[in-house]
Design a protein around this ligand. Structure first.
Ligand code: ATP
Length: 298
């Protein structure tokens, strides 16, 4: 069952078109990655899904109901981002006390274990936490609230690699025990991909694709070899990048090579390598050509 349905969503901020005719739907009980470059529109899309901002045009429904001014829907979701605002006088323990009341499924035992594990002193005021500590606290809120729809916008900001890994492991374990729909926006797909079932890629405010993670993991390959052998493949396949060096070329192309193609490439000494899902996303969302930066800095 689809729990989020977006149809032709557009969001214009004064002169900036942040979302441009975005349509997609998301089925329940899965973890989805929302991937896009800086400024692609990820936060705007999540804020729209959370009912924080209204689209300029288009429709969005959660559980087939409109979001705005609809407590039935809003009480089933949590939106976690770096701008979580709590009154400056509130200590973490006060926020936890309120969370127990507000979030019907709040798991206080898990919250206590996680605060201890991450050495977060609940007597501290939220306003006094460092960026990383705020991210830890917010992440724990997102996990322990166990809302049917949990939206994380760049949840690991300021966290070191070890903590990010631990959080994602905790999230996966908790998701397996308590399935729900979780959307996580991030630039760092490689850290997330073991967790994700599906990813949505947006580029310059436009929906680019929504695919199971294994499709993205096998989406593209790089070919490295003689120019005259590779050029026909560049001409006949969707090409993500190409670099020429003398008589040889390295090109990233969509991975729909036939057995005959692979045999031919092997016979002609072309090296074929898989491109990681992270790199595939970087190439798919790039606004510049591979190597262009070297023209600028040379
Ligand atoms: N309140 C606002 N007023 C004007 N423009 C905005 C506002 N919020 C976002 N934008 C613009 O809309 C575009 C999309 O921004 P958004 O924050 O949604 O992107 P993002 O993918 O989350 O970026 P990042 O990964 O850098 O956080 C950007 O060009 C941004 O400058």
């Amino acid at each position: 069952m689809a729990i989020i349905n977006c149809r032709n969503l557009t969001k214009k901020y004064t002169n900036k078109l942040a979302l441009d005719d975005v349509s997609f739907s998301i089925d329940e009980n899965r973890i989805i990655g929302l991937i896009g470059r800086n400024g692609a529109g990820k936060s705007t899309l999540l804020k729209t899904c959370a009912g924080y901002i209204r689209p300029t045009s288009g429709d969005i429904t959660l559980w087939d109901e409109p979001i705005f001014n609809n407590m039935n829907v809003l009480s089933r979701l949590i939106f976690i981002n770096e701008d979580m605002r709590f009154h400056h006088s509130l200590k973490l323990k006060d926020i936890i006390k309120l969370s127990k009341i507000y979030y019907a499924n709040w798991d206080n035992e898990l919250a206590t274990k996680l605060f201890n594990y991450f050495n977060l002193d609940i007597k501290l005021k939220y306003a006094k936490l460092s960026t990383g500590m705020k991210s830890q606290f917010n992440f724990i809120m997102g996990i322990c609230s166990r809302m049917s729809l949990t939206l994380f916008d760049e949840p690991t900001l300021g966290l070191d690699a070890a903590v990010r890994k631990e959080f994602y492991n905790i999230l996966l374990k908790d998701f397996m025990d308590n399935p729900r729909t979780i959307i996580i926006s991030s630039h760092m797909l490689h850290e997330l991909e073991n967790l994700l079932e599906e990813i949505i890629i947006i580029k310059n405010g436009k929906f680019l694709m929504q695919e199971p993670i294994d499709v993205i993991q096998n989406y593209s390959v790089s070919l490295n070899g003689a120019r005259k052998v590779i050029i026909p493949f560049i001409e006949s396949h969707k090409t993500l990048f190409e670099n020429e060096l003398g008589d040889s070329i390295t090109a990233g192309i969509e991975n729909n090579l036939t057995k005959k193609d692979i045999y031919y490439l092997n016979e002609n000494n072309v090296e074929i390598n898989k491109i990681s899902s992270e790199d595939t996303c970087v190439y798919l969302t790039s606004n510049t050509k591979e190597g262009e930066i070297y023209d600028i800095i040379s």
